[in-house]
Structures are given as structure tokens and as C-alpha cells.
Design a protein around this ligand. Structure first.
Ligand code: 2NL
Length: 357
């Protein structure tokens, strides 16, 4: 028995790894191991022999088991020490470069104009991009037969045969949001409605989705004079040029009466456009006094209230401000192009840096 003990404790001490230890454990104290074989021999012994051999075998078994588990944890400690010695991490290494996005010019311009109109008391109203043809057309004094309805190249939502819900369209302007806001909040009201709008049109100056901002001011004594002041104030702040002049030309829209198209002062120097100087004019928006039918559609009494409204393309004024030649570049482009026009990474604060007058 002492031989057995010396043999196995020696093997355990020399075991190089856990799997060698396991082989030793099976051979020594496994079900068919050497200690078990010896225990089977107890039956052949005299009671006196058994009295000493039995406990001794049990003690041997315990001793081998505890030698194995001590060796096991010794091996694990050694393995960990080895890893700690060889594996290391240089926490001073620079991180991997990450691709950085930039704010989109349309988003930036939307935030810029929102800040300017906010200073003049206009809050932002938003609404659905899919709306009924009533909100998009009828409420705006554009009846079913009106050519504007066809001219706008409207996207209509699909309807199954027998689906009798009112027709829904992708909004062709943000005016339906103005109608909804009139219904919800009533007069007086000062809002702008920026957002995406849709028309089936695609060429150098048209994309099927583009961005518009409409403005609406309703009160008891709002006039075209207020409209002119608000717009000149806006353009001076937006283009960062004091005292930009505007020119109003008589026009026609179904939703305003009278209506005016508005130009801003500009000049061309060496083929380059300069906003706010010289004696040229650049058309930038449509506007007018809200038609009484439209006020009534929004639940506002035209015998008590009156207001001005205007609409302009955000993409277009972004192109003018940042000198971007092709509208399609906005929607089919990459970061190199945006950097070319000076749009900084998102983590560079640019937002209201350009608004000082
Ligand atoms: C244009 C013309 C315009 C409006 C939009 C409007 C909205 C309501 C009532 C009356 Cl709720 N008018 N919006 C008015 C005049 C012109 O847009 O050429 N936009 C680019």
C-alpha cells in the first residue's frame, strides 16, 4: 500500500497538465482503479486484517484525491501566472479611426431658419407626410378640377378595388400641416412648417422628394407690410447680410389673395452669384394673404382674422447660401462632397454660428 501511495503521489507531482491528472485519477481511484481493486480483496481477508486495511485504503483514496485537487489548482495558478506574464494590453495606444458623419446641409439650414423664425415668435408645427387629398388640396381652395391638382405631379396611395377610404397622397407641400394646426390651435397663430414634400418630377432642378418651409401668421391686423418685414428680416439673418432688399411681384396661388412672388436682391460677378447686393433679382418664394376659404377650412373666421402665408424651398436656399450647383447632389452624394462645401463633422458645433447679423 505504501508502494501504491508513493507511485501515485509521485505521478501527481509530475503531471504536466489537467488531462494527465485525469488519467492518473482514473487509474488510481476510478471505479476500476487500483484502489478499488484492492478494496475488492478486503473480502478475502480475515476480520483483523480487514480492520486495518479498510480504513487505510480509504485514507489512501482521500489522500490521492486531495493531492489531485491541490495539483489541479496549482496548475491553474501557474497557467494564470503565465498568461499574466505574457499577455498585456497597451492602454496608451490610439483608438482605431472611426468614420465620422457630417450634418446634412438641408438639416443645418432647417435648424438655422427655425432659430431665425423663433426669434420672431414663430414656432415649428409638424404633421403627417401622407395626408388626405382634402387636407392637401380642397382645404387649400384647390378643387378637384383645378389644374394645380394635376400640375403638382401628385403621388397617390394605392387603393384596392372597393376600398372607399378617402384618397391619400404624399403631401405636395407642407400647407396641410398649417390647416391642421389652425384646426387644433385656432387664431392668433404664428407657425412655420418645415419638412419633406413629394412631387413626381426628376431633373437637374427637381427631385421627387424635397424640402419646403411654409410660414403662417394670423391675427386681427396682419398685413402684407408685416410679411415684407418678416421676410427681409429672415433673409438678412439667413444670408448674414444687413438690409437685404426684397421685390414683390403680383402672382396667383389658389390659397392666397392677393398673391406675390418674392425676389431677393443679388448680382452676378464673374459668373458668381452674390446675394444681397447689386440690382439683380433672384426669385426665392411665393406668398400672399391667406384666402378666406382657406381660413374657413382651418376653422378660423375670416370676418375676424386675417393672415399672411409664404412657402419656399429649403433645398434651394441651402444651395444659394452654400454655393451648391446641383440639387441632386443633396440626395445622391457622399461625405467627400459635403466636406468640399465645408460641412463639418457632427461633433464640431456649427449650428447657430452663422446667425449673427
Ligand atoms: C411657392 C408657393 C406658397 C403658401 C405657399 C399657404 C398656406 C396656407 C394658406 C395660404 Cl395654410 N398659403 N402657403 C402661400 C403662398 C405661396 O408657396 O412657390 N412655394 C415654393
Amino acid at each position: 500500500m505504501d508502494d501504491l501511495k508513493a507511485k501515485y503521489l509521485g505521478q501527481i507531482a509530475d503531471a504536466p497538465d489537467e488531462s494527465a491528472l485525469e488519467t492518473i485519477r482514473v487509474a488510481a481511484v476510478g471505479k476500476k482503479g487500483e484502489v478499488a481493486l484492492k478494496m475488492r480483496e478486503l473480502g478475502k481477508m480475515t476480520p483483523e486484517e480487514r480492520q486495518t486495511a479498510g480504513p487505510a485504503l480509504n485514507a489512501l483514496k482521500d489522500e490521492i484525491n486531495s493531492a489531485i485537487s491541490a495539483k489541479k489548482s496549482g496548475l491553474a495558478d501557474a497557467a494564470l501566472d503565465e498568461r499574466l506574464r505574457t499577455e498585456w494590453l497597451d492602454v496608451t495606444l490610439p483608438s482605431r479611426p472611426r468614420r465620422q458623419g457630417t450634418i446634412h446641409p438641408v438639416s443645418q439650414v432647417t435648424e438655422e431658419l427655425t432659430a431665425i423664425f423663433a426669434e420672431m415668435g414663430f414656432s415649428v408645427a409638424e404633421g403627417p407626410r401622407i395626408d388626405t387629398d382634402w387636407y392637401n388640396f380642397d382645404a387649400l381652395n384647390i378643387p378637384g378640377h383645378h389644374p394645380a391638382r394635376a400640375e403638382m405631379d401628385t403621388f397617390y396611395m394605392h387603393r384596392e378595388e372597393g376600398d372607399n377610404r378617402p384618397p391619400h397622397v404624399l403631401r405636395t407641400h407642407t400647407s396641410p400641416v398649417q390647416i391642421r394646426t389652425m384646426e387644433e390651435r385656432g387664431a392668433p397663430l404664428r407657425i412655420i412648417c418645415p419638412g419633406g414634400v413629394y412631387r413626381a418630377d426628376y431633373d437637374q432642378t427637381h427631385t421627387p422628394m424635397f424640402h419646403q418651409v411654409e410660414g403662417l401668421a394670423i391675427d386681427k391686423d396682419i398685413s402684407m407690410a408685416n410679411l415684407k418685414w418678416v421676410l427681409e428680416e429672415f433673409f438678412s439673418a439667413f444670408f448674414e447680410i444687413d438690409g437685404i432688399k426684397t421685390r414683390f411681384r403680383a402672382s396667383h396661388f389658389p390659397f392666397t389673395e392677393p398673391s406675390a412672388e418674392v425676389d431677393i436682391q443679388c448680382s452676378w460677378v464673374d459668373g458668381q452669384l452674390r446675394i444681397g447686393e447689386g440690382d439683380g433679382w433672384m426669385e426665392v418664394l411665393g406668398s400672399g394673404m391667406v384666402h378666406p376659404h382657406v381660413l374657413r377650412s382651418g376653422g378660423v373666421d375670416p370676418d375676424v382674422w386675417q393672415g399672411f402665408a409664404f412657402g419656399m424651398g429649403i433645398d434651394r436656399i441651402a444651395m444659394l447660401k452654400y454655393g451648391i450647383p446641383d440639387l441632386r447632389a443633396f440626395f445622391d452624394s457622399d461625405l467627400r462632397w459635403l466636406r468640399h462645401y465645408g460641412f463639418a463633422s457632427l461633433d464640431t458645433p456649427t449650428l447657430h454660428g452663422g446667425l449673427s447679423r
